[in-house]
Design a protein around this ligand. Structure first.
Ligand SMILES: [Fe+2]
Length: 424
């Protein structure tokens, strides 16, 4: 590595961080650490730089070293906690955030994140206590209103959820609020806000889902042009046809997942199964990164294939996005209820391992415009089953509901699900 001739001081670090100049943040932190190897601020900045540069292993190393030095600065534990949560190390994240709050009871970020961890475990009542504590310290923080609203939504308290989503200007929050009005049966507000959203915001998959659902339910035309002829956007390919994808890669991937012992999270729609937490693709293990490249290439091919379709889903394809992945492991009697991916733009599922079928559609994926217990008023919503075998990868717009046909075999079904998430 070429050493920088430039001299840096601690004052430079927050500037580089604010400007998202992570390369220079790394260089400046390393420069300071050469003279003062236990400088907490420089170590923290170095870890944050590694995290944002996607150098996860190095970030783990520096954050772990830093926490073991036992600094008396709460923000360090907060940063470490956020990072460990992102990579699926939930218990480590919780310890860090609890320590941060011990050092500074007004650390609203850690209070909020402890809430997120409780929500993740399915304990939204306890989570709400933490969100409210965080909000009493920082009543201007949008992120807390979002997490609080999400918890009320998960508890099906849609009026409280709608109230708190109102404090956020994010597109997803606006759509979540629309969903709350839909669930509350407040159709006046639903259509008023949907029209407002359509005319002022670029497209969002959740608005598309709601608009399509309401159109069938109320016999109306669906004016939201996200992906008309929705089912034609579902595409299946078998990855065994790709050179780099073979039995040995799958074996390495499964070994990797077993060895890493990734934390799991509560998923109310999942029966006889577990879902991993954090982003699988942040893990710097060769088989995972190899698979990520294969998936990214296939996404490019998909987009090109769909290019002629005149729909917002293709014409507004995000310029910047990242790939977020998680595992779903189901055993005998496993199934996953109909849901859509609110944070994604395009979603996919790859069947790493699946039981042989006894019945025609055991463990297959089903698509529909209906899901999430939306009210139907007895209207008919068409379903499409896509037959999936080992190695199949199915790509589809994130706005479509999908679920799994239950199966009764003793073998495991291991799916890698993923989204491309727009960076806005
Ligand atoms: Fe899904």
């Amino acid at each position: 590595m070429i050493k920088s001739s430039k001299k840096y001081s601690l004052d430079d670090l927050p500037v580089f961080f604010r400007n998202k100049n992570y390369e220079e943040l790394k260089t400046a932190s390393s420069f300071i650490l050469e003279k003062d190897e236990k400088n907490f601020d420089a170590l923290n900045s170095l870890a944050v730089a590694y995290k944002n540069l996607g150098n996860t292993n190095k970030a783990v190393e520096v954050f772990t070293h830093l926490v073991n030095l036992n600094p008396k600065k709460d923000f360090i534990y907060s940063n470490a906690g956020n990072f460990f949560f992102d990579i699926g190390k939930v218990e480590q994240a919780l310890q860090c955030h609890e320590h941060a709050v011990k050092l500074n009871s007004k650390n609203w970020n850690s209070l909020n994140q402890i809430g997120v961890i409780y929500s993740n475990k399915g304990n939204n009542e306890e989570a709400i206590n933490y969100y409210k504590k965080a909000l009493s310290i920082n009543p201007k923080e949008e992120a807390i209103y979002i997490t609080l609203a999400n918890a009320y939504r998960a508890l099906e308290n849609y009026s409280e959820a709608a109230k708190y989503y109102d404090f956020s200007s994010k597109k997803l929050s606006k759509c979540q609020q629309l969903e709350c009005y839909y669930m509350l049966g407040d159709y006046e507000n639903f259509y008023k806000k949907l029209d407002e959203f359509s005319s002022t915001s670029s497209p969002h998959p959740l608005a598309a889902t709601l608009s399509a659902h309401a159109a069938i339910r109320f016999d109306k035309k669906d004016n939201y042009n996200f992906c008309n002829d929705t089912f034609s956007f579902i595409q299946k390919t078998n990855l065994y046809k790709v050179n780099e994808y073979n039995e040995s890669l799958v074996k390495d991937l499964l070994n990797c997942f077993n060895r890493l012992k990734i934390s799991t999270k509560a998923q109310s729609l999942l029966k006889n199964g577990v879902q991993s937490t954090g982003n699988i693709f942040l893990i710097e293990e060769e088989p995972i990164q190899k698979l990520k490249k294969i998936i990214m290439r296939k996404i490019d091919v998909y987009k090109e294939k769909m290019a002629s379709k005149k729909s917002d889903f293709i014409t507004h394809w995000p310029k910047d996005f990242f790939l977020y992945g998680w595992l779903i492991v189901m055993s005998e009697g496993g199934s996953l209820g109909f849901h859509m991916h609110k944070e994604g733009w395009m979603s996919g599922s790859l069947y790493l391992k699946r039981p042989e079928k006894l019945d025609k559609h055991d463990g297959d994926i089903v698509f529909s415009k209906h899901g999430s217990n939306y009210p139907t008023d007895g209207k008919f919503y068409e379903q499409r089953v896509v037959d999936v075998n080992k190695g199949d990868m199915v790509l589809f717009p994130s706005s479509i509901f999908h679920g799994t046909v239950p199966f009764e075999l003793k073998e495991q079904r291991i799916t890698l699900a993923f989204d491309i998430i727009p960076i806005e």
